[in-house]
Design a binder for this molecule. Structure first.
Ligand code: TXA
Ligand code: MG
Length: 323
């Protein structure tokens, strides 16, 4: 059931149920992180491999301290600027954080999401919420309550509706496990903004393009194939890709251009004005809609490799990966 009753969501979560929650990035599939059975249910519902750990969500850094977690200086600086917001911090876990949440890695990913309803919900709870994106493992993340309902509605008692996600792409993951901070996943907070506050960070995602990410993923969940539509997705110069195709039978996801001969209802131009934030916000909904059309393939292009364009390119490449 979809609704906007925060108290009801809190009661269900306290009772150990799994509830979908809105965040500014994507919808999450949430449960009490301290309740092993509730967390196990998340893995089951998503069909997620057990080796892939979960982010814990809360509304204050004080609570993190209360759970025995230590906040490194640079993380604190970032938190002052960007939390609540689309960034997740990877730090050493404490005894209180169950192994099922960390997948036994000894590290825990924490995030304060920037969404009013969910912040209010979290303020009513004395435990963190473990929450992966609310999609079946391997499919596109949901950015609207209806996306969650379509795929997981039958498996969970409640979807808290918080409207369309403002950022539209998952949080940036930054690790503080080693001497220098490392970006493990590009996401809703750009590397440029991070470096403006704490100086140069290591971009592990660049290395990932060359390494075989599915054999040795840095964030265990960063498997090469991910975020995938069911249809074939091709990335390149859209005009060239269209040349040898029946234009009635393709969907196009473009940054700012529209294309002659492709039916308008098959075209998803993400930002006519060329704004990367706006493009990110609409990307996943466009991928879902394109996936549903009666077409043979989806063609798209690389976005400018800066700011949120980095995260967009990352998701497109994973979506296009064969395995
Ligand atoms: O924006 C987001 O981050 C959304 C919303 C719901 O908060 N959540 C999200 O969760 O994207 P998920 O599970 O779909 O992606 C989390 C990523 C996975 O790649 C996982 O492997 C990585 O974070 N991760 C979580 N805990 C980790 C840990 N202890 N060590 C390394 N990677 C971790
Ligand atoms: Mg996910």
């Amino acid at each position: 059931m979809i609704g906007n009753d925060i108290t009801h969501a809190a009661l269900l979560l306290k009772a150990g149920e799994v509830v979908a929650i809105p965040t500014e990035t994507v919808y999450g599939l949430a449960a009490n992180a301290f309740n092993g059975n509730a967390v196990a249910a998340i893995y089951r519902i998503k069909n997620r491999p057990q080796f892939n750990p979960l982010i814990i969500h809360t509304n204050s850094s004080e609570k993190l301290k209360g759970w025995g977690l230590e906040i490194p200086d640079k993380m604190r600086k970032l938190m002052t600027h960007f939390s609540p917001g689309p960034v997740t911090y990877l730090i050493p876990a404490s005894k209180q954080i169950p192994d099922i949440v960390t997948a036994g890695t000894g590290a825990v990913a924490v995030r304060i999401p920037g969404h009013q309803a969910t912040l209010q919900l979290l303020s009513m709870l004395d435990f963190p919420l473990a929450a992966p994106s609310a999609n079946p493992s391997g499919y596109i993340s949901p950015t609207r309550a209806t996306h969650v309902e379509e795929q997981l509605g039958g498996s969970i008692p409640y979807i808290l509706d918080g409207g369309e996600c403002k950022i539209g792409i998952e949080s940036t993951i930054i690790s503080f496990l080693h001497e220098r901070p490392e970006i493990l996943r590009h996401g809703g907070l750009s590397k440029e903004k991070i470096e403006h506050v704490i100086g140069t960070v290591i971009d592990q995602c660049i290395l990932n393009k060359h390494a075989n990410a599915s054999i040795n993923p840095l964030a265990p969940g960063m498997l090469a194939k991910h975020y995938s539509p069911k249809k074939l997705l091709l990335i390149g110069n859209i005009q060239h890709l269209l040349q040898d195709k029946n234009k009635q039978r393709v969907a196009v996801i473009s940054f700012k251009d529209v294309f002659d001969d492709v039916p308008v209802e098959n075209q998803f131009c993400l930002s006519v004005s060329g704004n990367l934030d706006e493009a990110a916000q609409h990307l996943f909904a466009a991928m879902r809609q394109a996936d549903r059309l009666d077409v043979d393939c989806i063609v798209t292009e690389f976005f400018p490799d800066k700011e949120l364009g980095r995260a967009i390119n990352d998701r497109l490449m994973r979506a296009a990966a064969k395995e």
